[in-house]
Design a binder for this molecule. Structure first.
Ligand code: TRP
Ligand code: ZN
Length: 883
């Protein structure tokens, strides 16, 4: 076992720290092989805590010196902690000086201080600061930081840290220094430094509040022309938070820095956000519309953390959703508000729900299921999950639904009034929203509402309708239940806001409203109807639940044709498709025999040809539900069969609507000068889907016209969205033109790492036709451009195959699982955080059909049997194997 192996941490064990750290002065002599860190702190005993020794966290550090009030002192190292027992008594502040060194160039975990492309970066959340110096590395210890950076001037001309630059100058031997002071107290996880050869785009802005600010986006020389969109997104974020929540930027200078080696998306360090290049760099030649929209959300997300996370932070890591759920909610609202039009807002909502249902619902039904506010963890990095982030955001959204938009803004104001500058809990947040809205159902039912924080698992709503023609009354019975999850056999009822509408026999809406379900079962009565209505339930996806209602095809077709709620209109189409997919899977129909019925085909044609619906919405309706989403609806899963059925449905839809796809392609292919706005990106998405469908149809007919047109489009496209969609159409349809196109694509973008990631991912995620994908993936791993140490590149090949290509990964010969097992073990020695994410690819192994189930179990057991596993991977595989 590894040194200092941690044990399970429980939320219930929280204790206030025995010491406070008021100020920190850090001095860095930056050197890739050996960086020297002098840390001078002012500490004092916490009068409200039981007197104890001081235990400072530290990891992979070389300790050279410890001084208390300038004097040497006795200390010991125990379980990665520096323990000081003979400290001055009483509550007077004292000085503690610690001198350590570390080796950034050897830091492959990318936590703490590391080197990427000859620049220095830090990543301290959640527990990376302890890899820089000994510290009380926990979010409730907030200190004022002064940072002095020293480094070679030619190699590291730019020296950045949090806050304001107060001094800089030259030193001897070609070195220089910069001194930064952060005016705000902060927990250690928000510390950052960056040093290297970087250039920046600058923008001066004046806020609504009349203050001037300097915004900067730092990138490597050569990437400056790809920073305009990130800067625009940042300016939009600043304006939005002021307009919507009255929250202004509190710093004179706000910096974003991009690095190509990063474990996650981005990090909200105070005043110095560090980003994965994937969420900063964009040009029309290299980034797709999806990239542009992701950049907008992530820039917004990190900026919004400045208030929700930094000004008010988490008391302990169990409260992670306090900042993450709330900040995801805020970035979702930001993107919706920027989209503007109601239909574009709805498209964004559908996209967000799709993420929740394809990623979070499986998590909540699997071995890693945990509440939005977890009760225990072995490794906190494993709890940066879709549950904490996306389900957490849905919980905040339900609060807004229950108190209204204005009431929610009032609640936010109260939250900051009470807690600004403090480290608090999810309870504190919910209490503030409720207290600002004392008459709301949220306030009246707060303890029950908070079960959303404590109970894991996706609740199910079973709905059943009964129409009494004689009295014209429709009765709708809504019953809720929630399945058992690890450690939680029984669940109590939730508070569930349910958006409702009733469509009359002619398709017109005859009523709508919001019902708040509080009991296990309730029956609603709708009198005065002219005929049996079609219920539109859970409009706007008003709660993160699974809705079970035994809709007939006629009812779903009516909703698809007429529902005024765009979410449920889309949902009706998805239900029609899922029902058919499940039918084909159960009937064990051979793919060649799979024919979609004309009612479904005609409904899809009507949407595709609809005169007023948006292209973006049409593209969502015409896209079949994901394989993982279909899998979740089944008790026993055969991923290859699901894949074959979905492919057959897609091909039949391609043929049956051939002329309509031709029309759709021709009508949407030209979009003028490139703009990544909602309307033109929706048109490109629909044209892209049409082109793929036309190439798929050609696959059966052998016709070469559309593959030829796709190749032509690929060659002449003026933006990455059109170019990549054309390439994908060839790869997905398995046409022989894919090979030369892939070669050309690589040659064109050989110097664009983010584009090469797309090139790798497209091949590793390609449909498997006869088992060719795994050998291709192994081949890609020996490509000179492959590097397993770079997380983006590892994700583009290994994750695209193991986590995003179920039809190719779940091979009956188990070769996919053997590959997975080897890569988890290999990655664990390099970067445990990335390895643990990959380990989760087999989360749902228990649902697999034999012999896959047994083979998957064996592969997981093989990982688990490995000695020296990181806590990260060990936690994932242990939970996967436990019942
Ligand atoms: N707080 C970051 C965010 O969501 C998450 C994050 C970035 C992170 N890098 C990380 C979490 C590394 C753990 C480890 O915005
Ligand atoms: Zn975040």
């Amino acid at each position: 076992m590894r040194e200092g192996q941690a044990n399970v941490i429980y939320r219930a064990d929280y204790q206030a720290p025995a010491f406070w750290i008021d100020t920190v002065e850090l001095c860095f002599d930056l050197d890739p092989a050996k960086t020297r860190v002098l840390n001078k702190m002012k500490l004092r005993r916490n009068p409200d805590a039981v007197p104890q020794a001081l235990r400072l966290d530290g990891e992979d550090l070389n300790l050279a010196r410890v001084l208390v009030n300038g004097q040497g002192t006795s200390f010991k190292i125990e379980n990665n902690q520096l323990v000081l027992e003979n400290l001055p008594e009483g509550y007077e502040p004292f000085d503690l000086e610690i001198f350590t060194t570390c080796a950034p160039a050897k830091n492959t975990k990318l936590m703490g201080l590391y080197v990427s492309n000859d620049s220095f970066f830090t990543q301290c959340e959640a527990e990376g600061f302890r890899r820089i110096t000994y510290f009380l590395d926990r979010p409730d210890v907030m200190a004022s930081y002064t940072v002095l950076l020293r480094a070679d001037k030619a190699r590291y001309p730019v020296l950045l840290s949090n806050g304001n630059l107060v001094d800089q100058g030259a030193l001897e031997d070609g070195r220089h220094y910069a001194k930064w002071v952060d005016p705000f107290r902060k927990p250690s996880y928000l510390f950052a430094l960056v040093a290297g050869q970087l250039v920046c785009r600058e923008q001066r802005i004046t806020s609504r509040a009349g203050k001037d600010h300097l915004l900067q986006v730092y990138v490597r020389p050569g990437d400056l022309d790809k920073t305009e969109h990130a800067m625009n997104s940042l300016m939009a974020s600043v304006a939005w938070d002021e307009a919507r929540f009255g929250l202004s930027l509190d710093l004179e200078r706000f910096m974003i820095v991009a690095t190509s080696d990063f474990n996650m998306g981005a990090m909200e360090n105070k005043g110095l956000n560090v980003f994965n290049t994937k969420y900063v760099l964009a040009s029309q030649a290299t980034a797709t519309d999806t990239d542009y929209s992701n950049i907008e959300s992530v820039v917004g997300h990190e900026y919004f953390h400045n208030w929700t996370g930094n000004r008010v932070t988490c008391r302990d890591w169990f409260q992670l959703s306090l900042k993450e759920g709330l900040t995801v909610f805020r970035d979702q609202e930001f993107s919706q508000d920027l989209a503007g039009e109601p239909s574009a807002r709805a498209v964004k909502r559908i996209e967000d729900v799709r993420v929740l249902r394809t990623a979070q619902f499986p998590e909540d039904a699997g071995p890693m299921a945990h509440p939005v506010r977890p009760d225990q963890y072995l490794e906190i990095n494993n709890f940066y999950t879709v549950t904490v982030y996306e389900k957490g955001a849905e919980v905040v959204r339900m609060m807004q639904t229950l108190v209204g938009r204005e009431g929610f803004a009032r609640g936010m104001a109260l939250y900051f009034e009470r807690h600004d500058g403090h480290a608090v809990t999810c309870d504190d947040f919910a209490q503030a929203i409720a207290d600002a809205n004392p008459e709301s159902q949220l306030a009246k039912l707060l303890p029950q509402f908070k079960r959303w924080y404590s109970q894991a698992g996706t609740p199910r709503i079973n709905a059943a309708g009964q129409y009494d023609a004689a009295s014209g009354t429709y009765e709708l019975t809504l019953s809720q239940s929630c399945p058992a999850t690890p450690g939680q056999p029984d669940k109590l009822p939730f508070i569930i806001p349910i958006g409702l509408g009733l469509l009359g026999p002619d398709g017109r809406e005859v009523g709508n409203g919001m019902h708040v379900l509080t009991e296990a079962s309730e029956t609603l009565s709708f009198p005065g109807l002219q005929g049996e209505p079609v219920p539109s339930i859970l409009r706007g996806f008003s709660a993160p639940v699974i809705l079970e209602f035994d809709y007939s095809d006629e009812q779903l077709l009516a909703l698809l044709a007429h529902d005024t709620d765009p979410f449920n209109r889309w949902e009706a189409g998805q239900r029609l498709a899922v029902n058919r997919a499940i039918g084909f899977i159960r009937e064990a129909a051979t793919p060649q025999d799979i024919r979609l019925d004309s009612a479904y085909i005609e409904a899809m044609r009507t949407i595709l040809r609809h005169p007023t619906l948006d292209a973006a919405f049409k593209e969502l309706v015409l896209t079949l539900p994901a394989e993982t989403y279909i899998a979740e609806q089944l008790d026993v899963v055969d991923p290859q069969r699901i894949h074959a059925v979905r492919e057959a449905m897609r091909e039949h839809l391609a043929q049956a609507l051939y002329e309509d796809w031709q029309w759709a392609y021709e009508a949407h292919r030209e979009n003028g000068a490139y703009q990544p706005d909602a309307v033109s990106s929706g048109r490109r998405a629909l044209a892209g889907l049409a082109l793929t469908q036309l190439c798929l149809a050609a696959r059966r007919s052998g016709d070469a016209v559309w593959p030829g047109k796709a190749l032509q489009r690929f060659k002449v496209a003026s933006n990455m969205t059109d170019r990549f969609n054309a390439l994908a159409a060839l790869v997905i349809s398995g046409h022989e033109l894919a090979r030369p196109a892939l070669q050309k694509f690589h040659a064109m973008f050989a110097n664009e790492p983010l584009v090469l990631d797309k090139w790798f991912a497209l091949q590793a995620g390609a449909p498997d036709r006869g088992g060719q994908v795994l050998p291709a993936v192994k081949h890609l791993m020996s490509h000179p451009d492959f590097n397993i140490r770079n997380p983006n590149r590892a994700r583009s090949v290994i994750f695209s195959y193991c986590s995003a290509n179920p039809g190719a990964f779940h091979r009956p010969d188990a070769a996919g699982y053997v590959f997975w097992c080897e890569r988890v073990i290999e990655l664990d020695t390099i970067n445990p955080q990335v390895a643990a994410r990959l380990a989760r690819a087999l989360d749902r192994w228990k649902k697999l059909v034999e012999p896959l189930r047994g083979a998957a179990r064996e592969a997981i057991a093989r990982v688990a049997a490995k000695p020296d596993l990181s806590n990260d991977v060990r936690e994932v595989v242990t939970r996967a194997l436990s019942d």
